[in-house]
Design a protein around this ligand. Structure first.
Ligand code: UDP
Ligand code: MG
Length: 339
């Protein structure tokens, strides 16, 4: 007998040039899903949704072939590389229509897939969001571990609510996803937005492993851009800091002015050159920093105002809605209209 009350779970996996690791990921996740279904934790309609984020290797071919063989495997192919966060969102929004809950996980199996079972149990207990939190970061490099820790501290100081050591490994209910959809911003930083949604949530701890195969798709450049995005998408603190520095410089210049006048009265006027050149450089530098920070926000306003779509779906093996290219259709219609 099929129990209709069991939740439909979709596991969403963004993939960018993951041909080396994908076959193993598919194998392990399919096994996990089958166990969950057999143990009556999730519905038999549950599936795995792989989002190909414009890969240049055989990633999409692997997904397509598996889709033919393995009934759990569904795929979504983005028309270009939209970035991890956008690819993830594309998958979550597609999955939302046909699932009661979704779990997002990276393709490299660094996150312990066995805790997905605990996620589902927490969901059964009434949690709308379940965060996977890394217990240790032994497998990360010294540099990555410490920059990450410093970053969480810094964000907290700025008043940004992040779950420390939580990447994008989490469960979200349909209700939470519907709320997420209402956040229309283009500069997407999911880790910051999701705690803003609310609903009851839980944390599950696990050990993060080494990447199974392939290499990180997050080089230092992308990591820095991502970290900066997190700050400027959620906080105006950098602008405040610039204002504060501005005040400091203003007070300092009053003092320096008094000093210069006293020096002049005392007749030591020629000694002013050093202080003059230093203040010119100092103020020039501060102005440049200020302009840079303001520019960062103007850049954000610019992209929000343009309102560009965040991604375009090319092929959809998930909802089976065929998106035909513009010229496919009935040519007779065109002929009729031209008459
Ligand atoms: N990813 C993506 N688009 C990108 C970069 C990465 O979809 O432009 C995916 C990637 O395939 C992986 C996940 O995002 O599933 C996390 O990337 P990665 O494991 O390389 O990051 P790290 O764990 O090193 O921070
Ligand atoms: Mg990884």
């Amino acid at each position: 007998m099929i129990d209709k009350t069991r939740p439909v779970l979709t596991i969403v996996v963004p993939c960018y040039n993951e041909e080396e690791v994908l076959p193993e990921t598919i194998k392990q996740l399919s096994q996990l899903l089958q166990d969950l279904i057999e143990d009556k934790l999730v519905s038999y309609k549950s599936s795995l949704l792989f989002v190909d984020d414009g890969s240049r290797d055989r990633t999409w071919e692997i997904i397509e072939t598996e889709n033919q063989k393995n009934s759990y495997v569904k795929g979504l192919n983005l028309a270009r590389n939209a970035g991890h966060q956008n690819a993830l969102l594309a998958g979550l929004m597609a999955a939302k229509e046909q699932s009661d809950c979704t779990v997002s996980i990276d393709a490299d199996l660094q996150d312990d897939i066995s805790v997905i079972r605990t996620f589902v149990e927490k969901y059964w207990q009434g949690n709308d969001i379940v965060y996977g939190v890394r217990d240790k970061r032994d497998t990360d490099t010294f540099f990555k571990r410490n920059t990450a820790l410093g970053y969480y501290r810094f964000m907290k100081k700025l008043g940004i609510n992040l779950v420390p050591n939580h990447a994008d490994f989490r469960l979200m209910s349909k209700r939470a996803l519907e709320e997420l959809e209402k956040y229309q911003e283009k500069n997407l930083f999911l880790r910051g937005i999701i705690p803003l949604i609310g609903f009851s949530s839980a944390e599950v701890y696990y050990d993060r492993k080494e990447r199974l195969a392939g290499e990180s798709k997050y080089p230092l450049k992308k990591m820095l851009a991502f970290a900066l995005d997190g700050i400027t998408s959620f906080s105006v603190a950098p602008i405040r800091i610039v204002t504060l520095i501005g005040f400091g410089v203003f007070l300092f210049s009053i003092m320096a002015g008094c000093y210069a006048i006293i020096e002049k009265i005392l007749g030591h006027t020629e000694s002013g050159w050093t202080s003059l050149i230093i203040s010119i450089w100092l103020i020039g530098g501060l102005q440049l920093i200020g302009i840079g920070v303001i520019g960062e926000y103007i850049g954000k306003i610019f992209s929000e105002v343009k309102g560009r779509p965040k991604y375009a779906i090319q092929t959809d093996l998930y909802s089976k809605k065929e998106k035909k290219p513009a010229h496919v259709g009935k040519p007779e219609l065109l002929v009729a209209r031209n008459k």
